[in-house]
Write a protein that binds this ligand. Structure first.
Ligand code: NCD
Ligand code: ZN
Length: 342
């Protein structure tokens, strides 16, 4: 069996900076036609000049490996109160995609995130008027399994208060988030590969698996099933966002393991295997590209990726530039692989 995907997109990707960027950006660019690049660097991307400079570093990192590689890097700003002038200027910036909001302290490198929602009002109003998408890490500071559920009322309030603002519920992990999605046209959602595959049992139910630890944490089997059904059904407001989040091996395999699962180089083969297993290969194109293109009016580079149901051996790690990152399914065999790209 084979499938050719047109312009696959990763709508939520961490590429980091420096040597980690040089290692990971080409791996995404090899399989995807574009990606929404997250701004949670240290310090975060909080201005148009730093967004432009980061976009340039992403482009350079990819060109260093493949000068002909067509890859659209859709860049994001880290949410802070922005003036109307700043937002208008951002919108005119070619690589700019939207603004990512992190409640302060909920995940990796989010210490500078939002504390006071009332201070966010003028910026959100202005984003609504200018048509700038808002992307949200929707977790509270509560009990780890309840954090997304506790954030849903905030999503609801945002959706009702800013009816024309396009709001993306990033990396949703619960059936409850999917129910909310159905209530408001201005909400959409990204779903990761790992949340389609894993539950909390996989992370800590047996021996502890640091490479499966991420935020939001994987939830219950019924949540995983609901997410899978939404992805397989071709729901137009559900899009693939890997949340591939590389951390150096030593930051994962230690006491105080960093949150993030690295999936970028195996995401498409794993998705093809999953969709094929559920007899839904015909709807993979919608999940990995068409829904996002329609929602955001994107015109990514014309890149075709063919996948086939032949085994791929996943490397034990990806190495380069002094960095080592361990992917999901490291050292294992997965049943599909990429056969060609152009
Ligand atoms: C992400 C990271 O490492 O930047 N970590 C994660 O567990 N997903 C941040 C995020 O998206 O929450
Ligand atoms: Zn993320």
């Amino acid at each position: 069996m084979e499938i050719t995907l047109k312009a696959p997109l990763d709508m939520h990707l961490h590429l980091r900076d420096g040597d980690m960027l040089r290692l990971t950006a080409p791996l995404s660019a090899a399989h995807f036609a574009g990606a929404v690049v997250m701004p949670n660097l240290v310090p975060p991307v909080k201005g148009i000049a730093s967004l432009g400079a980061y976009a340039e570093r992403v482009r350079t990192a990819i060109e260093e490996v493949d000068g002909n590689c067509a890859f659209a890097h859709y860049m994001t700003l880290f949410f802070r109160p922005y003036s109307e002038e700043e937002l208008a200027a951002a919108r005119e910036t070619e690589v700019f995609f939207g603004i990512k909001l992190y409640p302060a302290g909920v995940t990796t490198n989010s210490a500078g995130g939002l504390v006071d929602w009332s201070a966010a009002e003028p910026t959100l109003k202005c984003m609504e008027e200018l048509g700038i998408p808002l992307l949200v890490h929707g977790e509270s500071h509560g009990f780890v399994m309840d954090r997304e559920a506790e954030f849903l009322p905030i999503y609801r309030r945002l959706a009702e208060h800013y009816p024309k603002l396009s709001i993306c519920m990033e990396h949703i992990t619960t059936a409850g988030a999917l129910r909310l999605l159905e209530e408001h046209e201005n909400l959409c959602a990204t779903i990761t590969l790992h949340h389609l595959l894993l539950t909390l049992d996989d992370v800590v139910g047996g021996s502890m698996r640091p490479h499966l630890f991420c935020k939001p944490i994987a939830k219950r089997e019924e949540d995983r099933e609901a997410l899978l059904e939404a992805a397989l059904s071709g729901n137009p407001r559900v899009m693939f966002g890997s949340d591939s989040a590389p951390h150096p091996r030593e930051a994962k395999e230690c006491c105080g393991c960093a949150a993030g699962v690295f999936t970028a180089p195996i995401a498409l083969p794993c998705l093809a295997a999953l969709f094929a297993k559920h007899d839904a290969l015909g709807r993979l194109q919608a999940f990995v590209s068409d829904n996002a293109c329609r929602r955001y009016g994107l015109t990514p580079p014309q890149k075709e990726i063919t996948l086939r149901d032949e085994p791929m051996h996943v490397p034990a790690s990806y190495r380069g530039y002094g960095q080592t990152v361990v992917p999901l399914y490291a050292g294992e065999e997965i049943p599909w692989r990429v056969v060609k790209d152009r």
